[in-house]
Design a protein around this ligand. Structure first.
Ligand SMILES: *[C@@H]1O[C@H](CO)[C@@H](O)[C@H](O)[C@H]1NC(C)=O
Ligand SMILES: *[C@@H]1O[C@H](CO)[C@@H](O)[C@H](O)[C@H]1NC(C)=O
Ligand SMILES: *[C@@H]1O[C@H](CO)[C@@H](O)[C@H](O)[C@H]1NC(C)=O
Ligand SMILES: *[C@@H]1O[C@H](CO)[C@@H](O)[C@H](O)[C@H]1NC(C)=O
Ligand SMILES: *[C@@H]1O[C@H](CO)[C@@H](O)[C@H](O)[C@H]1NC(C)=O
Length: 430
């Protein structure tokens, strides 16, 4: 027996041990069984674990974390609002399909919502993608899934957005060891107009990723799919969502919102075993919502960063922002457009979109409506038209942004050239 053979044998032995460890691990909770504080469910291939972890003041929480990645990165928490005071919690599955987290005295700290009563005994299972599901008797559909109750983390396979059942947003932990929901929320805003990715605090928008432009959100130039992960966005009458895809199961990727209200996308790969940041929502002074005011342009490469587009002039304080130098003519047919190259598209809160028309029709469409103030048109966005003030516009460079056309009056009766991009600087007034 040479060294080669014994080496092969030890590898085989190691694999057996690893296999036994996974085979011995449990991923299912049945009716009548309990998952105790010192026990875990491990997903079939060992990527995720469900169990109890300690927060501030020795409080205990039921959560899901990466099983193989050091540092216990928690991606989901059941009882984030109601911590267990000690290690007496246990998770059980009722015959009616609800998961119940209670202590020895029977006090309930969390339970999954009531579901349609399953025909036969349900089971709960931790799936390989980190989704804790309750399978109904047939085992074919999920009576409930943890992916439908996001905490601060978006995993591949999960969605943030809205459907007829409500909104799916991420909210940060309150502090590093307190998973209670913090003040911020990352989600898709669709109150009217065109859906966009936003971070809100109460009713205020604090950051806007902007509308989807075909392969990413307008306000996140660093958002680029690659051969490890990609992004998806769907906007249908009954559903709008954003999601992540991961191409290799040996990698990990997640979007989270941290307690400062900053969205971050991370990637972990075998080649680079650490959480690498792909993009964040806060990189510079122009990322705060509407820093330059209505119709202002924010450009970090200029000093001061705020300026007015061509055809606009700074508004008198205290209003701030910019206003048209000349009122629109509207019906006389002499309005034209100035182009802003490389723009982050303005707040689409009250914008409208028509995916079926091209550039010329889009321009004509805007000119026909006296309240239309701007448009953009591309394969990725379709024809988007804005009405009223343009909020939260920033200028990247031509490769990172979209071309935005602002409606202006032209006293000469001739529209200015569409490629002009000069603007006047002003100091932001409050
Ligand atoms: C968990 O704790 C219980 C007592 O509460 C004990 O009986 C059991 O052996 C422990 N299990 C493990 C895996 O440590
Ligand atoms: C499901 O069963 C649990 C435990 O038996 C009970 O507390 C809960 O009220 C039941 N829910 C419904 C909707 O029947
Ligand atoms: C939130 O994320 C930003 C950007 O990555 C980082 O600078 C900041 O320190 C983070 N805040 C916390 C509380 O982790
Ligand atoms: C102009 O557009 C606004 C916003 O979509 C709409 O409410 C209004 O009816 C339009 N006006 C005309 C004349 O089409
Ligand atoms: C645009 O900005 C990005 C990032 O700052 C830079 O990598 C790229 O070279 C710039 N492109 C142009 C055309 O200036």
């Amino acid at each position: 027996m040479g060294r080669r053979y014994s080496f092969a044998r030890s590898v085989a032995a190691l694999l057996l041990v690893a296999f036994a460890a996974i085979a011995g691990a449990v991923n299912t909770l049945e009716v009548g069984k309990a998952l105790k504080d010192n026990e875990t469910l491990i997903s079939p291939e060992g990527t995720f674990a469900l169990g109890f972890f300690t927060g501030s003041l020795d409080r205990r929480y039921l959560g899901i974390w990466y099983h193989r990645i050091p540092g216990q990165t928690v991606v989901w928490v059941a009882n984030r609002r109601r911590p267990l005071p000690g290690a007496t919690g246990e998770l059980t599955l009722s015959g009616n399909g609800t998961l119940v987290l209670a202590d020895a005295a029977g006090t309930v700290y969390w339970s999954s919502p009531a579901v349609a009563a399953p025909a036969t005994a349900p089971v709960a299972r931790l799936l390989e993608r980190g989704n804790l599901v309750v399978l109904d008797g047939s085992g074919e559909s999920y009576a409930w899934e943890s992916f439908s109750q996001p905490t601060d983390t978006l995993l591949p396979g999960m969605k943030i957005g809205l459907n007829t059942g409500g909104a799916f947003n991420l909210s940060p932990w309150r502090s590093a060891d307190d998973p209670a929901p913090g003040d911020f929320s990352l989600g898709i805003a669709v109150s009217r107009g065109v859906p966009q990715l936003v971070v809100t605090k109460g009713s205020a928008t604090v950051w806007r990723g902007g509308p989807w432009i075909g392969d990413r959100f307008s306000g996140i130039p660093a958002m680029k799919a690659n051969n490890q992960f990609s992004y998806g966005f769907k906007w249908e009458p009954d559903e709008v969502y954003f999601r992540l895809y991961l191409w290799y199961s040996s990698d990990a990727t997640r979007v989270t919102i941290n307690r400062s209200g900053i969205a971050e996308h991370f990637l972990w790969t075998g080649e680079k075993p650490q959480w690498e940041m792909i993009w964040t929502s806060a990189i510079d002074a122009c990322d705060s919502y509407n820093v330059c005011g209505a119709n202002g342009l924010c450009n970090v490469r200029e000093s001061p960063p705020c300026s007015c587009p061509e055809g606009f002039t700074p508004r008198q304080p205290p209003a701030g922002g910019c206003e048209l130098k000349e009122p629109l003519q509207c019906r006389s047919g002499t309005d034209g457009f100035v182009a802003v190259a490389g723009a982050k598209l303005p707040d689409t809160f009250a914008a409208t979109v028509d995916k079926t028309i091209g550039f010329d029709e889009c321009k004509a469409h805007c000119l026909r409506n006296c309240s239309c103030t701007a448009f953009t048109s591309s394969d990725g966005t379709g024809c988007i038209t804005w009405f009223g003030d343009l909020d939260d516009v920033r200028v990247y460079n031509a490769t990172e942004g979209q071309e935005l056309f602002l409606r202006v009056a032209t006293s000469q009766g001739r529209p200015p050239p569409l490629n002009s991009h000069r603007h006047r600087s002003f100091n932001k007034s409050k």
